[in-house]
Structure formats: structure tokens, C-alpha cells
Design a protein around this ligand. Structure first.
Ligand SMILES: [Zn+2]
Length: 427
């Protein structure tokens, strides 16, 4: 009995001292010469950001702050909201000279999860405070990593996950020996045939805790039918879960659009009438575009010869396409689809997509918009992430220099990363 009382007193003391330490010096003020306001899609000067615990309290010039506020002055730097990659694959790494199936066949689930921890950390170091992981993650290994980050077992960005991608009976990993097709495809995908199986798959995903449903409008060969896609969208939406569709052919997009998906991944070569339909319905596109540098790395990892002119020709079509998406007025959401082993940190590789949008001619403001407020909206987290304003989560990044003046240099020079009010990395 005495021991029980002592234990209670001890825990009371712990609780009180914890609460006390939380209330002392909990305010932090960040200041820098430049600030990207994602709601206004504009760079502002000399803004200050007051943070308490994991939230932004106030943003403005010359803020009055409470006593004991810790002040972090970054001088001639740029503060932006934490970046968001809306299309990651942190459970996957494909060697550039091997079929996609090899990774899933050769590695245990445990190895994939441990490796994902490394990729998650790398994202954070690069300035991504949120990623949306879209499959090729075994059977809910993405949920395991998400839970590990939420519980603080490992450090990484906020994660939203899709669980296994729902497709018709073929998935999308080519290069599997026929004898292993069933085992590997079922390990990596959720394969359905018919409306009832489609509904059941969505319900299973939601029961396991996914944040988004990803479907294959077209897999390696097969397409989901319009009725199957409608059933998926209806079931997901009835539980307030969004649906995004992998689609890289214009003809295959028509049913996905009619079925009412919220977004389309890749969208290569979509024609003008398709883009117009997407604008009309408010369907966003995630152009998983690379960059000159990622193409260079691809050649280098395979010891293939290349010329600078050849690299430029390789990305010329992509650049034109980004311009077409922009002028069509479709909502662009940044997503890297980074999964190849390009011998560079995964977070830096993912950032090449953002760099590539700038290289394609988008202004620094428009590029940042794709990776902040547009992505937050697509993820159903508008006003909480992708923005620095009163009551948003304190997810932000400080980059060296004036990002508006020299975007392509500044975006690779991270000075500090804060996620949920915690400084995760600083130089
Ligand atoms: Zn992908």
C-alpha cells in the first residue's frame, strides 16, 4: 500500500514537472528577410513567425512576443512551409538495370521497413515535412512506417499512406517469372475483379487505417472497369477518403474522370479536352516529372555514355508538358515518384521534381505552391500543413538566401527544418 502511494506521488511529480517544463519558454520566434506565403502565392519581406509547442501562433512584422521567447534570426534566408511530396514510394528501391519486381521478391518486409526509415529521415533533411506514400509497399508496410514515425520510434516526415494499390488482376510490376506472378502481385497489390470485390478492397484498406485510396486506372495491361472505379470512389468518399488514380494514357483517363476520382498521378500525354474536363471537375494532377539531373544520374548508374545536348533533348518533352498543364489551368500537385536507386539521397532525389518544375519555366512562387498549399489541399490537410499561419502546424523550412531571386540554388541549401514545432535538422 505504502509503495503504491509512493508510486502515485512519483508519477504526480513527473506529470507536474512535465507540464511545468512545457509551459516555460515554449514560445519560439523565427525571423528571416524572406518568407513565402502560400495562401497569397507571394514572397513577403521581414516576416516573423511566433510558434508555441507544435502550432503557429502568429505571423507578421514586428510582433510583440511573450517574455522568455526564444528568438531564431536567420538573416538573409527564406522561410517556407514544410515541403510536401504527394507521390513517394519509401518502401521501394529499384536498381536502374533491374525489373521493378526484383526488390519486392528479394527483400523481406523487415528489410524494406528498415530501409524506409533511412529514406524517411532523408526526406526530412531535404525539407519535406510531409509525404504521401502511394503503394508498392507490400501489404500495409507503409502503415508500419507511418505508425513508427507517429510514435517517435524513428524520425521522418508526416506520412499519409495508401496501402496496396487497388487494380485489376495484373498490378504493374513487370519482370515476374510466371510461376511467381500470383504470389508477388498479391504481395504488392490489391487485385480485384467485379464491383463487390472493389468495394470490399476499399473497406479493408480503410479498416487498416489508410489515408487515401490509390487505383490503377490502367495496370500493366488491364484496366479497371468504369463500374469498378465508380464503386471504389463511392465507397471511399462515403468514408471521407479521397481517391487518386495512376494513369499515364489519355484514353484510360476518361473512365477515371467519369468515376469521380480526386486526382490523377502522372497524366503523361493527356490531351487538351481531358485537361479541360479535369479543370471543370477540380481534379488535380501530380506530374511526376524528373529533371536533367535525374536523367544524368540514370545514365551514370548504368555507365551509359551521354551528352549535355542529349540530356536536354530527353527532358524537353517533359518541360513542354509542364507548361501545357500550367496554361490549361489544371491544379498541379508536386509528386516525385522517386523510387529508382540513383545513388543520391532519396529526399534530394525527390526534390529534383520541384527543381524540374522550375527548370520547365514555372515561377518560384508557382513551384512552391505545388509543393505546399496545392499538395495540402490534395491530401485533405488544407490550412493545417503547406501554410504558415495562425493555428497551422509548425512545419516549416529555412533555406539559405533569397529564394525568389535564386530558386534553383536556394532550394538545395536547407538551413533548418521544423516539423510539428520540433527542430529536426539545422546547420
Ligand atoms: Zn508511383
Amino acid at each position: 500500500m505504502f509503495k503504491a502511494i509512493l508510486t502515485t506521488v512519483f508519477f504526480l511529480f513527473l506529470t507536474c514537472s512535465f507540464a511545468f517544463s512545457q509551459n516555460t519558454d515554449a514560445y519560439t520566434l523565427l525571423k528571416a528577410a524572406h518568407f513565402y506565403d502560400s495562401d497569397k502565392n507571394a514572397f513577403l519581406e521581414n516576416q516573423e513567425v511566433l510558434i508555441k509547442d507544435n502550432r503557429v501562433v502568429k505571423v507578421g512584422v514586428g510582433l510583440t512576443v511573450p517574455p522568455n521567447t526564444a528568438i531564431l534570426d536567420f538573416g538573409n534566408a527564406t522561410i517556407t512551409p514544410g515541403l510536401i511530396d504527394a507521390h513517394s514510394h519509401i518502401l521501394l528501391e529499384q536498381q536502374t538495370d533491374e525489373p521493378l519486381a526484383v526488390d519486392a521478391m528479394m527483400l523481406s518486409s523487415e528489410s524494406r521497413v528498415l530501409r524506409a526509415a533511412k529514406f524517411a529521415r532523408s526526406y526530412l533533411d531535404a525539407g519535406f515535412t510531409t509525404i504521401r506514400d502511394l503503394g508498392n509497399s507490400g501489404q500495409y508496410l507503409d502503415r508500419e512506417v507511418q505508425i513508427a514515425i507517429e510514435n517517435g520510434y524513428i524520425t521522418g516526415p508526416r506520412m499519409l499512406v495508401s496501402g496496396p494499390i487497388i487494380g485489376s488482376m495484373d498490378g504493374q510490376i513487370d519482370g515476374i517469372p510466371l510461376a511467381d506472378f500470383d504470389r508477388v502481385s498479391r504481395q504488392e497489390y490489391s487485385m480485384v475483379s467485379g464491383v463487390e470485390e472493389a468495394r470490399k478492397a476499399v473497406r479493408e484498406h480503410i479498416a487498416r487505417g489508410v489515408d487515401v485510396i490509390k487505383i490503377l486506372a490502367i495496370g500493366s495491361r488491364l484496366v479497371l472497369s468504369l463500374d469498378e472505379m465508380k464503386a471504389i470512389v463511392e465507397t471511399a468518399h462515403s468514408e471521407r477518403i479521397p481517391v487518386t488514380a495512376h494513369c499515364d494514357r489519355d484514353w484510360a483517363a476518361q473512365n477515371a474522370i467519369e468515376a469521380g476520382v480526386d486526382g490523377i498521378e502522372h497524366a503523361y500525354g493527356f490531351k487538351q479536352p481531358t485537361l479541360e474536363k479535369m479543370v471543370e471537375k477540380g481534379i488535380y494532377v501530380v506530374p511526376t516529372y524528373g529533371s536533367t539531373e535525374t536523367v544524368r544520374k540514370f545514365y551514370e548508374t548504368q555507365n551509359l555514355p551521354y551528352t549535355e545536348e542529349g540530356l536536354e533533348n530527353n527532358v524537353a518533352g517533359w518541360k513542354k508538358w509542364i507548361g501545357e498543364l500550367k496554361s490549361a489551368g489544371v491544379i498541379i500537385v508536386a509528386g516525385s515518384d522517386a523510387y529508382g536507386d540513383l545513388k543520391m539521397a532519396r529526399g534530394d532525389y525527390a526534390k529534383q521534381t520541384i527543381w524540374g518544375y522550375a527548370d520547365a519555366g514555372l515561377s518560384p512562387e508557382d513551384v512552391l505552391q505545388t509543393a505546399t498549399v496545392n499538395a495540402a489541399t490534395a491530401l485533405g490537410m488544407k490550412d493545417r500543413i503547406g501554410v504558415i499561419k495562425e493555428n497551422s502546424f509548425a512545419d516549416l523550412v529555412v533555406f539559405e538566401g533569397n529564394m525568389k531571386a535564386d530558386f534553383k540554388k536556394s532550394i538545395y541549401e536547407v538551413k533548418m527544418v521544423m516539423k510539428n514545432g520540433v527542430v529536426e535538422w539545422s546547420k
